[in-house]
Design a protein around this ligand. Structure first.
Ligand code: TRP
Length: 453
């Protein structure tokens, strides 16, 4: 058996630290900003159902596989894959998986930072009382004005990138654990406050119905692909983020239990966010399928009406920024760790290089909401393209390859040794999922989308 690899970047102080970091990566804009508008765009219930199925059948097994690879390789995803290929005697082409992840991470962060910038700007709006008794039209105009101004967007995008570089430069676990430990539960509590408000508005059941009554006639390629992509995006899977966090995980922690905890927390927050937002959408007769502006057009209405709205609204957007922050770190970490390992850069230099590059790419997204709005390809703006390419194609493809590598290419003895699932039934179940169910499902969805079946 090959000797165990060790990480040059350090190790988590405990299993809880890993859960917190992985949950911090998973819970972010994907849960609160993206999940509701994706559900809204795709007709609600059917999307939510497929999303949940994808979390259980694809997300969980792949998350376990990804953590397992990280812990076994203990380096950046590129070098982890390289080392594992050598140890397992398989094709070096698997290294591409690591590369794909670095590229996907940078592309995702480029637009993620712009949207996190919207949240930053809403911290300011909320704290200065802009939401007080705001009307639907005024809320709509506030958001439209924000995205129409490239300079304002660039300002907030820059601020968020600087925040990200700052933390990444200091090393992964400094401060991150504490931030996640206190801020994530607070975010959950604030979503509950919003749900409380939604409950008082009389349209709560309309929201519940929208989210949980699947209309099967609405299921088409788009819904399938979006739901699968959203499951990968929300759990931070398929690009090495979870792999690199796994590389800092101690040898004794249970991968199965840890992954379950992370997936459960992430999914709960997304569902709660939906339950907070849709009743408001229906109470004000807004459009559920209005796209990326959904929460920015609806939440100010709720904060503008509820008692203590300035306080709750400001706190909510502050926490949303923190959630985005702990996610953005994991998006850029694979690229940074690779530059440190391969090019021998200091962490600070590597973070600045990656950050500046990502910032530049992000300008494409900034302009796609205003001056480049009419530049589209297949009806998609730069932002739409980046989001589609990463969430719907690159992440599921990454997940597919991870499953094939773990299920078919690695020796079973290595897999068994590293994943260390004690219960034999559970192990067999996971193995069947990774070997057959996951790859076949992703493959079929892809084939279906390109119209082959
Ligand atoms: N999961 C995060 C969210 O929901 C986004 C994210 C962080 C991510 N790291 C990732 C998505 C890695 C895909 C891959 O907001």
């Amino acid at each position: 058996m090959p000797t165990k690899n060790t990480s040059i970047h350090g190790e988590w102080s405990s299993r809880l630290a890993f859960i917190l970091a992985a949950a911090g990566s998973a819970v972010g804009l994907g849960n609160i900003w993206k999940f509701p508008y994706m559900a809204g765009d795709n007709g609600g219930g059917a999307f939510v159902l497929i999303y949940l199925i994808c979390i259980v059948l694809l997300g969980l097994p792949i998350m376990m596989a990804e953590v397992m690879l990280g812990r076994r390789g203990r380096q950046s995803p590129i070098n982890t894959m390289k080392t594992l290929c050598e140890q397992e005697n398989t094709s070096h082409a698997w290294r591409l998986l690591g590369w794909g992840g670095v590229v996907a991470g940078v592309l995702i962060l480029s637009y993620y930072s712009v949207i996190a910038g919207w949240s930053l700007s809403y911290v300011l709006e909320s704290s200065s009382g802009t939401f007080k008794s705001i009307t639907e039209t005024q809320a709509g105009k506030l958001f439209a004005d924000l995205i129409a101004s490239p300079l304002t967007l660039i300002f907030w995008h820059t601020l968020f990138m600087v925040m990200t570089i700052f933390v990444v430069a200091r090393g992964v676990s400094n401060g991150l654990e504490t931030a996640v430990k206190y801020l994530m539960p607070s975010l959950a509590v604030l979503i509950l406050v919003l749900i409380g408000y939604s409950l008082s508005q009389g349209s709560f059941m309309l929201g519940v119905e929208f989210m949980f009554t699947p209309d099967f006639s609405k299921i088409n390629e788009q819904v399938l692909l979006d739901a699968m992509g959203q499951a990968f995006f929300s759990l931070s899977l398929g690009m090495g983020a979870i792999m690199i966090y796994g590389s800092y995980l101690s040898q004794h922690a249970s991968i199965a239990r840890t992954s379950f905890a992370v997936a459960f927390a992430d999914t709960s927050i997304a569902i709660l966010a939906g339950l907070a937002i849709f009743p408001i959408v229906f109470a004000y007769q807004l459009e559920a399928g209005q796209g990326p502006g959904l929460i920015f057009n609806t939440l100010p209405l709720a904060f503008g009406q509820m008692p203590g709205g300035v306080f709750f609204g400001t706190l909510f957007f502050v926490l949303l920024v923190f959630a985005a922050w702990t996610s953005s770190i994991s998006l850029i970490e694979p690229a940074v760790a690779w530059l440190v390992e391969r090019r021998g850069l200091t962490r600070t230099k590597a973070s600045v290089v990656c950050g500046v590059f990502t910032w530049l790419v992000g300008l494409g997204t900034v302009f796609s909401f205003n001056i480049w709005q009419s530049y589209t390809l297949f009806g998609k703006t730069v932002f739409d393209m980046l989001d589609f390419l990463t969430s719907n194609i690159m992440l599921p493809l990454g997940g597919l390859f991870i499953a094939i590598f773990v299920g078919w290419s690695m020796r079973e003895s290595s897999v068994k040794d590293e994943i260390a699932i004690q219960n034999p039934t559970l192990y067999s179940l996971w193995r069947v999922l990774v070997r057959y169910v996951t790859p076949v499902a992703v493959f079929i969805i892809f084939l279906h989308v390109i119209g082959l079946i």
